[in-house]
Design a protein around this ligand. Structure first.
Ligand SMILES: Nc1ncnc2c1ncn2[C@@H]1O[C@H](COP(=O)(O)OP(=O)(O)OP(=O)(O)O)[C@@H](O)[C@H]1O
Ligand SMILES: [Mg+2]
Length: 308
């Protein structure tokens, strides 16, 4: 079956000579939620902007349901709704006028019932006559989503949809996104947060320095990313590990004053219980414990090293 989006060997070098995307290949399936995970400057917005026809690629190609984004621009763009990272909304207009106008931009007939449904789904109905100027940041972001949905796109891009959105609203946003997916809309969103990708996505693509490092089913990726470090501070320093403890993935650090244990949070048994019991059995007194999630940065570093 035709992919929702197919990105082939896409490279982007901006006018100053900076290469923001390098040979990106990516197929996005119909009806999935794909999260693009990556730090600031990774190339997420550049990728989305190219697919949406806002930035021209340097080399490579992109098709949207088989339509080339340059040759068949109108057909490709018609299928897409975009909620950009930067908020820019016509501040003096009302919510209602803005959303209806967005639909008109795509040459679609007015459909007040649809626009009402979109605003209700986004908890914006009671604000329909408000000027956008008077809304809060979170509300403005929801207006952007309403605008993007007004022409009934089959593919929706959300570039950092939860930036500046409170926890409650974030939950509502995910509910909305799932609802759209259940109605067959393909969704691509960007985020800096592993937790967010974990919460919402079916698949996750990790992007850094313009390269797509991997794209995987969420469950598989979480297994890889789920590593944590347990630091065990010791009351008395040790130089060598007793034989009994060599079966654990342990490192002696800080001149023997601490043991660092790596484990996977996704495993049925993390081994922490038996490690502490064994330390006790060996007569090694524990002063303090501390756990730490592998940071996104650590993960990128290990993924990049693996890729070499
Ligand atoms: N118009 C431009 N001209 C030159 N360089 C640009 C331009 N737009 C983006 N870049 C550079 O390309 C790189 C990727 O930027 P991009 O906005 O795609 O990153 P991002 O992954 O969306 O980051 P963030 O998480 O901060 O939104 C950055 O180094 C950025 O400075
Ligand atoms: Mg961005």
């Amino acid at each position: 079956m035709q992919h929702a989006i197919s990105v082939n060997k896409l490279t982007k070098t901006y006018d100053g000579g900076f290469t923001a995307l390098q040979e990106v290949n990516l197929d996005i399936e119909n009806g999935e939620i794909l999260a693009l995970l990556g730090p600031n400057g990774a190339g997420k917005t550049t990728l989305i902007s190219i697919i949406c026809g806002l930035v021209t690629p340097t080399t490579g190609s992109v098709t949207v349901r088989g339509n080339d984004i340059i040759r068949d621009y109108r057909a490709a763009r018609q299928l897409i709704g975009l909620v950009p990272q930067e908020l820019y909304v016509e501040t003096f207009e009302t919510v209602w006028a803005t959303v209806n106008y967005s639909r008109g931009l795509f040459g679609k007939k007015p459909d007040p019932a649809l626009c009402e449904k979109i605003l209700r789904d986004l908890s914006l109905w009671d604000k329909k006559d408000s000027r956008i100027l008077t809304l809060s940041g979170g509300m403005k972001r929801r207006v952007m989503i309403a605008k993007a949905l007004a022409h009934e796109p089959q593919i929706l891009f959300l570039d950092e949809p939860t930036a500046g959105v409170d926890v409650e609203l974030r939950k509502e946003m995910w509910q909305l996104v799932r609802g759209l997916r259940d109605r067959g809309v393909t969704i691509i969103l960007t985020t800096h947060y592993i937790e967010e990708a974990e919460e919402i996505a079916d698949r996750v693509g990790v992007i850094n320095h313009g390269r797509l490092l991997l794209v995987e089913e969420k469950a598989e990726l979480m297994r890889k990313l789920g590593r944590k470090r347990l630091t065990v501070a010791l009351s008395t320093p040790i130089n060598v590990l007793p034989q009994m403890l060599t079966r654990y993935d342990l490192a002696i650090e800080d001149g023997g004053r601490q043991l660092v244990y790596s484990y996977n949070t996704q495993d049925e048994r993390t081994g922490i219980g038996s490690l502490l019991a064994d330390l006790n059995r060996e007569g090694i007194p524990v002063k303090d414990l501390d756990t730490e999630q592998s940071s996104l940065e650590d993960i990128f570093v290990s993924l990049v090293e693996e890729a070499r």
